[in-house]
Design a protein around this ligand. Structure first.
Ligand code: URA
Length: 238
C-alpha cells in the first residue's frame, strides 16, 4: 500500500498534516526516516512508524496453480475466472491477478490486492524472469536454442529479449522444453515458437521472479505466500 494512503486512512490526516509529518521526519520505515510518501509498504515486511505510532496494512498475496480453462480476468460472462477460484472469505475488493496467462495455460499465478506491487512486478525494466514448461508439437533443435538466445524476431519485426531455452526431450513429433523469458508480451511463448514454425500444445508457468510453483499445489488450489516468499519480493516494494 502507498505510504501516504496508509497514513491518510489510519491517522485521518489532511494533506497538509501529512506533508508536515514527512517534513518533520516523523515517518520511519524499518527505523530509517522515509521522505517518499509514494513508497509501497506492507507491515508484514516493514516496520512502519508514524509520529511514534506503529501502523499496519492488511494486504493478501495468493499463489494459485491456475487450472486449464480458467480465465485471467476479474469478470467473465462465460468462463470461470481465476478470482472465482479464491474462496469468498479470502477475496478482497481490490484482489486481482498479476499479469495474465492464456485460458489453456496452467501454473503459477500471483494474486494480490497490493496494486502497486503488481504494477511494479510487471514493469519491463524490472526484468522479472518467468519460466515455463512447454510441450511443442515438433522437434526442437539446438538452432532453436541459439535463436531464442539471440532474441526471437516476430513476423512484424518486434525483437524479443534473449531467452533461455532448455530441451528436456525431443522427437520429430513432440518436445518438452523449459523456457525462461524476461518480459511479458501477449501470448509471448506461443508466438516465439510460432516464429520458428512450431506449435505449443501445452504450457505451464513454473516460476515468476523468486516465486516457484509448489509441486504439492493441485490445479485450482491456492495458498498465501509464505513469509520467506514475501521477503524475496521485498526488493520490488519501491
Ligand atoms: N506466453 C503465452 O503464449 N501464453 C501464456 O499464457 C503465457 C506466456
Amino acid at each position: 500500500m502507498r505510504l501516504d494512503k496508509l497514513i491518510e486512512t489510519r491517522l485521518q490526516t489532511t494533506r497538509k498534516e501529512m506533508k508536515r509529518l514527512f517534513l518533520m521526519k516523523r515517518v520511519r520505515i524499518d527505523d530509517i526516516v522515509e521522505m517518499n510518501p509514494q513508497r509501497n509498504v506492507d507491515s508484514q515486511l516493514h516496520q512502519i512508524v508514524v509520529d511514534g505510532q506503529q501502523l499496519f496494512t492488511e494486504h493478501v498475496y495468493y499463489l494459485l496453480n491456475k487450472p486449464r480453462g480458467a480465465v485471467t480476468a476479474k469478470q467473465d460472462a462465460r468462463c470461470q475466472t481465476v478470482l472465482e477460484l479464491i474462496e469468498e472469505a479470502d477475496r478482497r475488493k481490490e484482489l486481482y491477478p498479476v499479469g495474465r496467462l492464456d485460458r489453456d495455460t496452467t501454473g503459477l499465478l500471483l494474486l494480490t490486492d497490493n496494486g502497486q506491487l503488481g504494477y511494479d512486478l510487471l514493469q519491463p525494466k524490472q526484468k522479472v524472469h518467468k519460466t515455463y514448461r512447454a510441450i511443442v508439437k515438433e522437434e526442437v533443435t539446438q538452432q532453436d536454442v541459439a535463436a531464442f538466445a539471440d532474441g526471437i524476431v516476430f513476423h512484424w519485426g518486434i525483437v524479443c529479449q534473449p531467452a533461455d531455452l532448455k530441451i528436456i526431450s525431443t522427437s520429430p513429433t513432440a518436445s518438452e522444453v523449459e523456457l525462461t523469458i524476461q518480459e511479458g508480451k501477449f501470448h509471448q511463448v506461443k508466438k516465439m515458437f510460432l516464429a520458428c514454425g512450431k506449435k505449443v500444445v501445452e504450457l505451464e508457468r513454473l516460476s515468476m521472479g523468486p516465486l516457484r510453483l509448489p509441486p504439492e499445489l493441485a490445479a485450482g488450489a491456492y495458498r498465501s505466500l509464505t513469509q520467506s516468499e514475501l521477503q524475496q519480493l521485498k526488493k520490488y516494494f519501491r
